[in-house]
Design a protein around this ligand. Structure first.
Ligand code: ZN
Length: 410
C-alpha cells in the first residue's frame, strides 16, 4: 500500500520581481505562513515544466506534471476543452475550441466574443448533428461565448490551420492543410464548409434579429482554433496504479484529467476564476482523501490575476488560499499523504502572459529528505534539495517515494 498523494497546482504561480513590492514577486510578497510551514517540513526546488527557456501553455504543462510527455501525446487544446465541457470523445476524433463571434457585412470580425454573449446554446443547436461529406459534426456550448466542436468520421487530421485569426479587424481565415496528406486537406475543407454554414444559420436565427434590435453585436460566426486529435492516453490508473480525481473549476483542467481517466469531482462554487470557493475545494480534498490515491487540486486565480497584470490581486489570492490551507497542513503534518504544491508555469504580471521562468515546487511526506528552505517562494526554492527539475521528473519522484519504483538494472 503506497501513500496517498495530494497534488496542488496554482496556475501561473511564478512571477517576476515587482517594483511596488520592493522587487519581490507576488508569492514572495504574500503572507503565506501555511505554505511557508509546508516548505519548511518538505523538500523544495524549481520546476521547468517543459524545459529551460520554454514558455508552456497550461495544457502541455499539466500533461508534463502528470508524467505524460507532451511531445508524444499533445496534438492541440481542442480535445481537452471538449472533454472539459462533458463531450464524449473517441480515438480519431478531431476537436476544436471555438467562440461565437461577430462579423460585419464584409466578413470582417468586429467582436471575437459576440458582445460577451451569455450563452451560445441556441446557436450550437443549429449546427450540432450536421453532416458534411461523411463526417458528423458535434457541437456543445461552453460558458459564455465559448463552445467546442468535434468532427467524427473517417480520414481526418488535426494538422490544419486555425480559421480564427485570433484578432479582430480581419476576416475569418480559410483553413488549409499543414501537411500534404489527404486527411488534412479533407478536414480543412469540412471546417471551411462548417464556418460558412454556421454563418448562414446563425444570421437567420430569431435571437440575432432580437440582438440587432437591441443594438447588440450579432452572434453570426464561429471562430475555431486549437485542433487536436484524440489519441490513446495511457489511463492514469494503469500507469501508476493509483485511483485519481480532479478538483478544478476550469474546463481545460477537467478535460485533461478526464482524458487521463481521472474522476472529476463537481465542487459548488468552483468557478475557475479568482472568486472561486477555495474553501469548498479543500473540503472536497479532505472528504475524498479516503476514496482516492491521487487528488489533483487546481487553483486558477493566480494565473487569472497575472493575465490581467494585477500583482496585488495575485498576492491577495495567494494569501486567501494560504488561509484556507489549514486542513492540508494538518494532513501533511500527520503524514496522511504526500503533498505536492507547485505551479504549471510562470505568468508574469508585467507581461500579462506566460513566461519561461521555473516555478517553485515543494513536496512533503514520509521519506522526503527535508531541506533547509523555510519559505515558499521563487528565490527561496533555489536552495532546495530538489534543485531544478522538469515537470516530467515529478511523478517518478513521487512513485519512488511511494516505494513502487521498479529497480533499474540488477
Ligand atoms: Zn496555466
Amino acid at each position: 500500500m503506497h501513500n496517498k498523494i495530494i497534488f496542488v497546482v496554482f496556475d501561473g504561480l511564478g512571477d517576476r520581481p515587482i517594483a511596488k513590492f520592493d522587487g519581490l514577486t507576488p508569492l514572495e510578497a504574500a503572507k503565506t505562513p501555511n505554505l511557508d510551514f509546508l516548505a519548511k517540513i518538505g523538500i523544495n526546488g524549481l520546476s521547468h515544466t517543459i524545459k529551460r527557456g520554454i514558455r508552456p501553455g497550461s495544457d502541455v504543462a499539466h500533461l508534463s506534471l502528470f508524467g505524460y510527455d507532451p511531445k508524444k501525446y499533445y496534438t492541440g487544446r481542442g480535445i481537452f476543452e471538449a472533454a472539459g465541457i462533458g463531450m464524449d470523445l473517441k480515438k480519431g476524433d478531431i476537436a476544436f475550441r471555438a467562440n461565437a463571434g461577430t462579423i460585419d457585412e464584409n466578413g470582417i470580425i468586429t467582436d471575437r466574443r459576440a458582445g460577451r454573449i451569455e450563452s451560445t446554446e441556441e446557436f450550437t443547436k443549429l449546427i450540432d448533428g450536421l453532416k458534411i461529406e461523411d463526417v458528423e459534426i458535434r457541437v456543445k456550448a461552453g460558458t459564455g461565448h465559448r463552445m467546442a466542436i468535434v468532427l467524427r468520421g473517417p480520414g481526418l487530421s488535426y494538422k490544419i490551420t486555425d480559421p480564427d485569426p485570433h484578432k479582430t479587424e480581419e476576416k475569418i481565415r480559410i483553413s488549409t492543410a499543414k501537411d500534404s496528406s489527404k486527411e488534412a486537406e479533407k478536414t480543412a475543407r469540412i471546417i471551411n464548409e462548417l464556418v460558412k454554414k454556421a454563418n448562414q444559420l446563425f444570421t437567420d436565427h430569431p435571437l440575432n434579429q432580437k440582438r440587432k434590435q437591441n443594438n447588440l453585436p450579432l452572434a453570426n460566426a464561429i471562430l475555431l482554433r486549437g485542433a487536436g486529435e484524440v489519441v490513446d492516453f495511457p489511463n492514469f490508473k494503469d500507469k501508476y496504479a493509483m485511483k485519481a480525481c480532479c478538483i478544478a473549476g476550469g474546463g481545460l483542467y477537467k478535460g485533461i484529467a478526464k482524458m487521463l481517466g481521472m474522476d472529476i469531482i463537481a465542487v459548488e462554487g468552483a468557478t475557475g476564476k479568482p472568486d472561486t470557493n477555495i474553501n469548498a475545494k479543500i473540503q472536497v480534498v479532505q472528504s475524498q482523501l479516503e476514496h482516492y490515491d491521487f487528488l489533483f487540486l487546481h487553483l486558477k486565480g493566480t494565473d487569472a490575476c497575472a493575465e490581467d497584470g494585477d500583482f496585488t490581486a495575485k498576492k491577495e489570492y495567494l494569501e486567501r488560499a494560504d488561509r484556507e490551507f489549514e486542513p492540508i497542513v494538518r494532513i501533511a503534518k500527520e503524514n496522511k499523504a504526500t503533498l505536492v504544491v507547485t505551479g504549471d508555469h510562470t505568468t508574469a504580471c508585467e507581461l500579462k502572459a506566460h513566461s519561461a521562468e521555473p516555478v517553485p515546487i515543494l513536496i512533503t511526506g514520509k521519506g522526503v529528505r527535508i531541506d533547509k528552505v523555510e519559505k515558499f517562494g521563487e528565490r527561496a526554492a533555489v536552495c532546495g534539495g530538489l534543485g531544478q527539475i522538469t515537470g516530467l521528473d515529478i511523478m517518478p519522484y513521487l512513485v519512488n517515494l511511494s516505494g513502487n519504483q521498479p529497480l533499474y538494472g540488477n
